[in-house]
Design a protein around this ligand. Structure first.
Ligand code: CP
Length: 313
């Protein structure tokens, strides 16, 4: 395994298979750390991680914070609402200011596609994209792949159906690329109004009905309707969406009998996923959250460690 530092994680598009495997393999070791009674190692003592979230988040922001703290890094959560952004400071000046404080890793979520790339080109520290507009959410895809691997051993040859609001989903874009990179067969499915024109370019079969997409699937990944990004009416009512496209018990029977049920969260229960499916014995939604901490520990470690530094020291 290469000893080089990871200097940026902006998307899956520019991630190699070797680096993806390196992150997933490293996360295996950190999953064990997160399950210990004392969930802390001194690995990144003296390193600084800043979480800069311009959009709301529960899972991603908290898990990056926990990941940094469990590695003993100094973690700062910038509150954009009370920062000088509100006085008109530009993104460029904000990140230059954080960089001047010798920050090792900036983790950023922003509503603009390409924002992570923009700052990565302007700072000395590493940059991790925690979601940029409708573009990419690479750490979500990595934790999803990690969760599937934990259950199935490998991604190779599995059929994964990604269903819902494909058009507005950075999770769909990152997952379609990563899961294919790791050898899975990916199917994309959404109502016509939620299938972007360019999604054929993802290289996956595309379905405008959910039933054929989940037929025999090993994994069914439901997506949240991104109500905050819907420009116009993409469907008549939430009830209608649930009736035509929601994952319920009856539809789930079409998938493989041991199919995993996934959702990146936050879930709209009763809309894209029925309550009893969200809580089904094969639902791994909370395992995805647990994986998120281990995978983000792996990413921070690979970005901020000193050369040759072992995982636990
Ligand atoms: N899946 C995800 O990104 O969740 P948050 O928006 O809560 O971070």
């Amino acid at each position: 395994m290469s000893d080089e530092r990871l200097t940026r994680l902006l998307g899956i598009e520019d991630l190699s298979r070797t680096t993806a495997d390196r992150i997933l393999d490293t996360a295996e070791a950190f999953l064990e750390v997160t399950r210990r009674p004392v969930r802390k190692v001194p690995t990144l003592r003296g390193k600084t991680v800043i979480n800069l979230f311009y959009e709301n988040s529960t899972r991603t922001r908290t898990s990056f914070e926990l990941a940094g703290k469990r590695l003993s890094a100094d973690v700062v959560n910038m509150s954009v609402a009370t920062s000088s952004t509100k006085k008109g400071e530009t993104l460029r000046d904000t990140v230059a200011t954080l960089d001047a404080m010798h920050t090792d890793v900036i983790v950023m979520r922003h509503s603009a596609s390409g924002a992570a790339q923009y700052i990565a080109d302007r700072v000395k520290g590493a940059v991790v994209n925690a979601g940029d507009g409708m573009h990419e959410h690479p750490t979500q895809a990595l934790l999803d792949a990690f969760t599937i691997r934990q259950h199935k051993g490998t991604l190779a040859g599995l059929t994964v159906a990604i269903c819902g609001d494909i058009a507005h989903s950075r999770v769909a874009r990152s997952n379609a690329q990563l899961l294919r990179l790791l050898g899975a067969n990916v199917r994309l499915s959404g109502p016509q109004t939620m299938l972007p024109r360019h999604c054929k370019g993802f290289g996956c079969p595309v379905y405008d009905r959910i039933e054929p997409a989940i037929e025999g699937a090993d994994v069914v990944m439901m997506l949240r309707i991104q109500q905050e990004r819907l420009g116009g009416a993409s469907f008549s009512t939430l009830r209608e969406y649930s009736r035509v496209f929601g994952l319920n018990r009856q539809r789930l029977e079409r998938a493989h009998p041991e199919a995993l049920i996934m959702h990146p969260g936050p879930m709209n229960r009763g809309v894209e996923i029925a309550d009893d499916v969200a809580d089904h014995r094969r639902s791994v939604v909370l395992e995805q959250v647990e994986s998120g901490v281990a995978v983000r520990m792996a990413i921070l470690y690979l970005c901020a460690r000193d050369p040759g530094q072992p995982l636990g020291a």
